[in-house]
Structures are given as structure tokens and as C-alpha cells.
Design a protein around this ligand. Structure first.
Ligand code: NAP
Ligand code: HSE
Length: 429
């Protein structure tokens, strides 16, 4: 028996889904007796070359050809963005169709509404591809690790910024050069803001944290800082001090209180996340029973993302065979764990300052660190042009609020400019 599928959108990911469903249809049919078939595909332009072959009249520009077709039981959304994807998905669920989506923006911003609509209509929605591309993350957190209290999520979950920071580290490029290269190679979009300003990673962290910590999480709960201000000299100094700079998504649950951030962070070279280069993604998870786990792989691209989408389609076909529905309890419980800045947590901090290259200026800085009882682990000073010296200090572990106080007091000093303050990830907590 055939399971007709409607595909909304057929771009990078959608075209991969078309070819992968064709490649796996026999196997799924052998396993379940049900053969997934992409029956209709919604696009805007019927004549565009998409690199895959379509059957006669398989393409349409009318969403109603899919949403209004009673034979279509599974709708797959790969349009992206909020509208019209949100309306189409809500409509598909209301018409009792199961849904698969790769849309992190939509799930991060409207997840509870969409999951509650699915539950109210007795249908499933799966969205594994929305975080980490090919890497299985949501399934393991929701199913395999469900016996755990997950306390920590730490990850590199944006490939574009990881590619840019890798090129800055490995080839000494500055930010603008590395961004231009990322755009030339198709990693970064023409408007790269959502990636480089940390928003894409923050949205993915919202999805991960809500599942791992069993609570509703909002984008405004995440403290977000992007990588635009990270300079080639930050990368070089970090290297000299034994670190690499990564855009780290960090979620922590401490006895029901959450802290969520995305920010450039110095990672010790001995930490496994330091070796995640180019456009690869990785997520480090700590569970009370499982201990530490790390997931690694391709976070984007046509076939890696199609792998996750088609995995979800096959899971839905199995659901149909078994007559079961996948539910996401966190969205239904209406639970909201409090979100706080863990300002008392201890971290080393990296400070980069520009100071007048004059007698007594460094002594002033050292005096302030002494007065605030902040011990220095590494101090680097290079002479730079125009009578200005660049000073880099990595502190020993101090509470976040003390790092803010150091920065504020330094900013109030004449002859000193604070150019960068970044936390340093511990190797073992
Ligand atoms: P894309 O290449 O831009 O494809 C979007 C598709 O949607 C196109 O086929 C386009 O039709 C169609 N479309 C756009 N607006 C439409 C509208 N108003 N009505 C009907 N069709 C419309 O996007 P993508 O890169 O495949 O991404 C799709 C989703 O996957 C997004 O949610 C994205 O975040 C997610 N995702 C992507 C990746 C990746 O590596 N690309 C990785 C993980 C997750 P036309 O072709 O006719 O213009
Ligand atoms: N822009 C995203 C990234 C694509 O760079 O990781 C996958 O979501």
C-alpha cells in the first residue's frame, strides 16, 4: 500500500528529500508493507531546474493541492521562515495530517502552538532536521536519554560561524575575509546576520533546551552575542594562551533553574569541542545517569539535512503501521522553568585591552586586578602602532559578576579601552 506524501518547498533540502525518499522506498515497503511516495510538491516556480526528475504534474503552485488532498497523510515542510510555513503546517495538522519539518525558526518561535495543535488533532509532528542537520539530537534527547536528568548542553550548532572562526584560526584571516570566503563557498547567505549575530544558534538552543530540560523555552530566554567583534588578534592571542575561539551554545539546568547563552567562548585546545572545525557541528550532553556524551557531524547541506527529514518520514510511516502518535510532553505541560544568569558560576575570563604605551599604565591594570582579588593566569603584551599597547589577560576562575565589575572599572580608567571580554570553557567541571 502507498503512503502519499505532500512536500511543501523543493529547494536545497526539499530536492534532497525527493531523491532520498525514492532511494529508500523499497526498503521501507519491505519493512512495513507501506511505501512512501512523494505525490505533490509545492514550489513557486514550476520551471526551475532543481537537479531531480519529477513525474508528470508532480509540481504545483497551489498549497491546497496538498493540504486539501484527503489521500495525503504526511506533509513535509521545507519552505523555511515563518509565513506561509506556519499557516500551512497548522492547516495540515488541523486536517489530521502528520507533519515533518526542518524549520528551526518556526519551531523555536511557535513550537508550543504547533505541538499543541498536533496533539489536539491526534497527529504527529517531527523536526529532527531543525537542529544539527544530519546529527541525531532530538530523537536521542527525547527517547534514548529520557531516563536522565540532563544538566548540560554545550554545542557548536551553527556551521557558518564555525567555518568563519576555523578559517580565522587556521589561515589567520580576519572576520571580513573569512565571511567573504564563507559566502563564496555557499556556507553563508548574502545577508549573514542570523548566523554571525548568533540568532540561528540561539533558535536551535531553544529547541534543544526545551526537549532536554522538559520545559517551554523562549528565544528571549537566551543571552545572545555573535562573532562580528571577534578579531584576528583575539584568535591569535587565544591560540598563544592555549585556546581556540568558538561560538558556544550553552544550556544548563541547575535544580530546575536554567541558564542559556550563545556567545564566543575560549575553548581549551584539549577540549573535544576545540577540534570541531569547518562547517561541522557538535553537541556535548551531560546526563546524571549517562554521564558525558558527544554528538558530531554535518549540521547542514542537501543530503545531510535530507537524511534527518527522511528519517522522520520513515518514523511516521512506522507510526502509521503501528497506529501510534509521537507526542512532545514539554509543550503540553505548560511548564516554565525560571531562567537566570548564573552570575556566581566560576569561569576564567579573557580580557583584551588597548592601553596607552606609557609608564604606570600596566601597573594601574594590575593594581585593579589585585584590588578586586582577581588572579591572572596569562598576561600577554604586544607593542602596536600609534603609542598604543595591546594587553591580553586571562584570569583564574572568577564569578561572572566579578568579570563584569573588572570590565566596568577598566572602562572607567583613562588611557584604557576594553576591546573584548570572553568566558573560557573549563575542560572538566
Ligand atoms: P531553499 O533552498 O530556499 O528552498 C525553499 C523552497 O521553498 C523553494 O523550493 C521555494 O520554491 C519554496 N518556497 C519558498 N517560499 C514559498 C512560498 N511562499 N510558497 C511556496 N513555496 C515556497 O531553502 P532550504 O535551504 O532548502 O531550507 C529549507 C528549510 O530547511 C529551512 O527551514 C531551513 O532552515 C531548513 N534547513 C536547511 C538546511 C540547509 O542546509 N539548507 C539545514 C538544516 C535545516 P522555489 O524553488 O520555486 O523558489
Ligand atoms: N545557517 C545554518 C548553519 C544552516 O550555518 O548552521 C543549518 O541550520
Amino acid at each position: 500500500m502507498q503512503i502519499p506524501i505532500g512536500l511543501l518547498g523543493c529547494g536545497t533540502v526539499g530536492a534532497g528529500v525527493v531523491s532520498l525518499v525514492r532511494r529508500r522506498a523499497d526498503r521501507v515497503a519491505n519493512m512495513t508493507g507501506l511505501r512512501p511516495v512523494i505525490q505533490k510538491i509545492l514550489v513557486r516556480d514550476l520551471h526551475k531546474d532543481r537537479g531531480v526528475h519529477f513525474e508528470h504534474e508532480q509540481l504545483t503552485t497551489s498549497a491546497e493541492d496538498i493540504l486539501g488532498d484527503p489521500d495525503i497523510q504526511i506533509v513535509v515542510e521545507t519552505i523555511g521562515g515563518i509565513e506561509p510555513a506556519r499557516t500551512y503546517i497548522l492547516e495540515a495538522l488541523a486536517r489530521k495530517k502528520h507533519v515533518v519539518t526542518a524549520n528551526k525558526d518556526l519551531i523555536a518561535l511557535h513550537g508550543p502552538e504547533i505541538l499543541q495543535t498536533a496533539a489536539a488533532n491526534g497527529v504527529s509532528i517531527l523536526f529532527e532536521a531543525s537542529v544539527g542537520g544530519a546529527i541525531p539530537l532530538l530523537g536521542p534527547l527525547q527517547e534514548n536519554l529520557t531516563a536522565n536528568e540532563v544538566t548540560d548542553l554545550k554545542g557548536i550548532i551553527n556551521g557558518t560561524t564555525n567555518f568563519i572562526l576555523s578559517k580565522m584560526t587556521e589561515e589567520g584571516l580576519d572576520f571580513d575575509e573569512a565571511l567573504a570566503l564563507a559566502q563564496e563557498l555557499g556556507y553563508a547567505e548574502a545577508d549573514p546576520s542570523s548566523d554571525v549575530d548568533g540568532l540561528d544558534a540561539a533558535r536551535k538552543l531553544v529547541i534543544l533546551a526545551s526537549i532536554a530540560f522538559h520545559t517551554e523555552v523562549h528565544l528571549s530566554d537566551v543571552r545572545v552575542e555573535g562573532i562580528r567583534h571577534v578579531t584576528a588578534s583575539d584568535v591569535r592571542y587565544a591560540d598563544e594562551a592555549g585556546y581556540v575561539i568558538k561560538l558556544l551554545a550553552d544550556g544548563r539546568d541547575r535544580n530546575g533553574r536554567l541558564s542559556l547563552s550563545v556567545r564566543p567562548t575560549l575553548i581549551p585546545k584539549s577540549h573535544p569541542l576545540a577540534h570541531v572545525s569547518d562547517a561541522f557541528n557538535a553537541l556535548f550532553v551531560r546526563g546524571d545517569a549517562a554521564g558525558d556524551l558527544m554528538f558530531f557531524g554535518r549540521g547542514a547541506g542537501r543530503m545531510p539535512t535530507a537524511s534527518a527529514v527522511v528519517g522522520d518520514i520513515i518514523a511516521l510511516v512506522r507510526n502509521l503501521k503501528l497506529g501510534v502518535v509521537t507526542s512532545w510532553p514539554y509543550a503540553l505541560a505548560g511548564s516554565r522553568k525560571p531562567v537566570v544568569d548564573f552570575e556566581d558560576d566560576l569561569y576564567k575570563f579573557y580580557f583584551r585591552l588597548m592601553a596607552a604605551d606609557q609608564p604606570g599604565v600596566f601597573a594601574q591594570v594590575a593594581h585593579l586586578f589585585g584590588e578586586l582579588r582577581v588572579s591572572m593566569e596569562t598576561v600577554l603584551q604586544k607593542r602596536v602602532a600609534g603609542g598604543q599597547a595591546e594587553i591580553v589577560i586571562v584570569s583564574h576562575e572568577i564569578p561572572g559578576k566579578l568579570a563584569h565589575e573588572v570590565a566596568t572599572r577598566l572602562r572607567s580608567m583613562p588611557n584604557i579601552a576594553v576591546e573584548a571580554v570572553m568566558p573560557v570553557e573549563p575542560v572538566n567541571e
